[in-house]
Design a binder for this molecule. Sequence first.
Ligand SMILES: *Cc1c(COP(=O)(O)O)cnc(C)c1O
Length: 433
Amino acid sequence: MNYYSTNLQSPQASLEDAVINAVAPDGGLYMPQAVPRLPLAFIRNMANMSLQEIGYAIANFAFQGDVDAAVLHDIVYDTLNFPMPIPQLEPGRFVLELFHGPTMAFKDVGARFMGRLLAYFKQKHNDWPVINVLVPTSGDTGAAVASGFCDVPGVHVYVLYPQDKVSYAQEAQFATLGHNVTAVMVKGTYDDCKNIVEQALLDKSLNSRMQLTTATTINVARLIPQTFYYFYAVAELMRMAEDVSNLVIAVPCANLGNLASGLLARAMGLPVKRFVSVENDNNIFYHYVQTGHFVPHATVASIAPALDAGNPTNFPRVLNLLGSHAEVERVVHAYSYNDHQIVQAIGRFNERYGYLFDPHSAIAYQALCEDIMPGEVGLALATAHPAKFPDAAELVLRHPIGMPAQLARFFRGTRQVTTINSGYTSFRRFLLQ
Ligand SMILES: *Cc1c(COP(=O)(O)O)cnc(C)c1O
């Protein structure tokens, strides 16, 4: 399968090229040149398959022989090696818990898959130089990528994060691993980190001296594995005898990678009636759905920090998958909540169901409740464990929330951090020295 650029000004790329370069030379995002359509019989039969079996089958459809089948099997089984429970909070309303992986956020899926896929490419071409993976993060991506890549030979990860804007707990998850993971603190904002990485990827002279890619959802190696759990969720709902022809899925959105993966799954034939996109005050996509105008702005900080994105990277893919503003409006209902509403939502559901959401997932469930119509089945994606965002949880619980052992283990390590200025040249100089 080849991949084309959403800007249409670059030649098509193989899977390998798309993954090791991340962005097309024209600055566009890669998309599969033909989205494979799954047979209806396959969809119906998913109710008899496990999470790993479904993931492997979807991966085979998506990659169409570009990855050796036995290797792909290993990669998928190694990635999908934690449970994804689907509690029902009310009749016909479900939560898909995607946060039981190594760093307790849904990004573990795409990050681990990409780490293992790069390891495979690297092994196939052992003459390749080191692959440098640049990751801008407001917290969660850095942690998931560092954990997914920390044992991958021939790959070096640089995590760029904004000074004073990433929690101490999050920093521990990528700054204590050492080895092939370098933590780079930028004296600036998340937008600065993102700009530095985007400039580096398009810097021709730098790229002729070293191999650079990124592990954000710009990379198809993260986008595609995120389709697996959408298929799995539908399979589970079918097992529970829910009417999936009426399915509405709510997704907390920042760079729209998760939503783009859901739309890709739908384009592959997954029955989803519509999606509900959920943002905080960084509501660029909400504004687009309401008005047809896509107007990025500087990021504002919120109590749901993983949604702080003022220029959602995957917007071109969303538009590409749906074709027009009218179709976006029809298939995606958009919602946006401020900090006050976010805390209220966590409190409301904790009281009503005894279920503690993290701030991102709480508003996904809130939007689902507001949007769903009688007779429809609803699913909200829970993207992080509530203990990852203790400030929000403690405002509601009024007592400290314990840290799961899985996260506490990172505190035992020593932090190693390099600090740079917010301009691109500072980072370029650092990389080349
Ligand atoms: C990254 C993240 C999101 C947003 O995902 P996008 O693909 O950037 O839209 C939502 N919730 C949590 C907890 C995240 O870490």
